[in-house]
Design a protein around this ligand. Structure first.
Ligand code: GRG
Length: 297
């Protein structure tokens, strides 16, 4: 009877790591303190209570750590869950913090590149403090992430997460420089999406497995899991750009298409309606092109 009522309760993954997420929030606030007041207020902007975002990446990483850590009983009295290596968990929490700092740095730079007005339901940092401070705050967060990464003293993990930054920059550049042929290619979309969204999640999942002392085989499985999850996350994000509201998105809807970005729903619609190729080739360069595309979705 207990089991059937438990099965009906929807499982909230965030609640499983709620305590650790609140520790992470406090640690991040302490880690992003800067010496110069203007930089300090810019760097802490998206770490303040209420504007921390969904914390999707740290949640996934903490759950993955729970799944992969081997409980090491120190004595018979510890039972199966006793003696969990505390230091190991702290190092994995550090990966969750580094991942979130890299993510927020990328959001700050992205909003400058897109000239975005809003993010997480408030004014984007560039709209409140200007482009220059937003870029510097993003650089500052990356530096703090590097210092935290170095403290782990694991060259493979350093290399994984440093490469992610290159991937973020590569994905963004691919998006900015798309030719009309690339714009209608699903292969190009998936490669760009791996770089922009999935690489951070997959490589940080792999880092969690490596720190847990898992085999190379398991760390590849952790990577694959993160890659697929990251791609799925971006596909849902693409759909929400069409179906969400300003309140649910924390920013205006239809922002991708208005920036001429071809996302998954458009690519799928193009397969069914070849007429869409023409507006996609033009890069949705007029508001009427946006309306034409919306009619087919
Ligand atoms: C400086 C690291 C760095 C990168 C520069 C601008 C850029 C290169 C990359 C942009 C990468 C980017 C913004 C990808 C989009 C990923 C994505 C799905 C963002 C939204 O994630 P959510 O919904 O956001 O998890 P919250 O606000 O909940 O954290």
């Amino acid at each position: 009877q207990d089991r059937s009522s438990a099965a009906e309760e929807p499982l909230d993954p965030f609640s499983l790591v709620a305590d650790e997420l609140s520790i992470l929030a406090n640690r991040l606030r302490a880690m992003v303190v800067a010496e110069v007041p203007k930089l300090a207020s810019a760097a802490e902007y998206f770490f303040k209570m209420g504007v921390e975002g969904k914390r999707f990446r740290p949640t996934v990483l903490l759950l993955m750590a729970s799944a992969l850590n081997m409980p090491i009983p120190q004595s018979a009295a510890d039972g199966v869950f006793g003696g969990l290596p505390k230091e190991l968990r702290t190092r994995q929490q550090c990966i969750a913090e580094i991942t979130e700092m890299i993510h927020v740095a990328s959001l700050l730079h992205d909003d400058v590149l897109d000239d975005a007005d809003t993010r997480r339901g408030i004014g984007s940092l560039n709209s409140v403090m200007g482009n220059k401070l937003s870029v510097l705050a993003g650089d500052f967060l990356l530096s703090r992430a590097c210092v935290a990464l170095a403290s782990l003293k694991n060259t493979e993990v350093v290399s994984l997460l440093a490469t992610v930054v290159e991937h973020l920059v590569t994905g963004e550049t691919m998006q900015m420089t798309t030719t009309s042929e690339q714009r209608s290619s699903m292969e190009y979309y998936l490669q760009k999406t791996y770089y922009k969204t999935a690489s951070l999640i997959s490589n940080s999942c792999k880092a969690i497995a490596l720190l847990a002392g898992q085999t190379a085989e398991v760390s590849v499985l952790a990577y694959d899991y993160g890659r697929n999850l990251g791609l799925a996350y971006q596909l849902i994000d693409d759909v929400l750009d069409f179906t969400g509201t300003s309140a649910s998105l924390g920013k205006g809807s239809l922002s991708d298409i208005r920036h001429g970005i071809v996302t998954a729903p458009i690519l799928f619609a193009m397969e069914e309606f070849p007429q869409l190729h023409e507006v996609v080739d033009r890069g949705f360069d007029s508001p009427s092109d946006v309306d034409i595309a919306l009619d087919y979705l």
